[in-house]
Design a protein around this ligand. Structure first.
Ligand code: PGA
Length: 251
């Protein structure tokens, strides 16, 4: 595992965008695994900037998103489809036919999750997956608990996550209680993973992950220890507890 610690959120975002940008240049038909939430917004902004400057061509890429809320339409401003359109897709020359996001309004959710996993499998797999981390250590919507799903599934969100995500909604009641999420196994199949973490609210989960060489379903991010090509890019605030403990050596 490689750990890159940057001064702040903007620096973290620039490093991530540069990594992604050079990978798209190397392999124009790359398959990118994309995340939503506050964390990757800066990375997407940088990628849009690079596109506008003529540095990157996104016309041949394929994308798979990690998750989507159950019950929200694509045009609901809180859906992850809408998020991706607003923060990235509508500003670049991606072919929307190559965009994959689970359909949270599918009538048959069991069929939807099965088909999503099959599509992922048939694509040949994600080349580079961007991940955020929840304050509770979740990755995508794989929440801490007795077990974790290996494949794309319908999941119940934990109270922590519902509260954390309520900042985007008018009230706590409006936050969907279920989501479709890629499983831990689906994520680990990616050829390369970039985990982003920014801010003090992520410092505990990052500390638990980076300083303990063990896996537990109660800290879903810990399963990334099983991946052989992982880069963590974080800012100083997210890294603060690791820094304090002096257990982990900064790269
Ligand atoms: P955030 O969410 O980027 O909005 O902090 C990350 C996550 O919960 O995975």
């Amino acid at each position: 595992m490689k750990v890159i610690v940057k001064e702040n959120y903007d620096e973290m975002s620039k490093v991530c965008a540069q990594m992604i940008g050079s990978k798209v240049k190397e392999k124009p038909n790359i398959i990118l695994g994309l995340a939503t939430g506050s964390t990757p917004i800066g990375t997407y902004k940088e990628l849009v900037k690079m596109y506008k400057e003529g540095q990157i061509d996104f016309s041949k890429i394929t994308t798979f998103n990690l998750d989507e809320y159950v019950g929200l339409d694509k045009d609901n401003p809180n859906s992850y489809y809408y998020f991706m359109m607003e923060n990235l897709f509508k500003w670049i020359n991606i072919d929307l036919k190559n965009v994959n996001i689970p359909d949270g309004k599918a009538l048959d959710l069991s069929k939807e999750v099965e088909e999503y996993e099959n599509r992922l499998e048939k694509s040949g797999g994600v080349d580079v997956q961007i991940l955020g981390i929840g304050g509770n250590g979740h990755i995508a919507f794989n929440e801490p608990g007795e077990y974790l799903n290996t494949k794309t599934s319908v999941v119940d969100l934990t109270e922590d996550t519902i509260i954390a995500n309520s900042r985007f909604f008018n009230s706590l009641d409006e936050v969907p209680k279920k989501a479709i999420s890629m499983g831990i196994g689906s994520i680990l199949k990616s050829k390369e993973i970039i985990l982003l973490a920014s801010g003090k609210s992520k410092s505990k989960a990052l500390f638990e992950f980076l300083t303990k060489d063990r896996i537990t379903t109660y800290l879903p991010v810990s399963f990334l220890h099983l991946h052989s090509n992982l880069t963590v890019i974080c800012d100083k605030d997210a890294y603060s507890l690791v820094e304090e403990s002096c257990l982990c050596k900064k790269n």
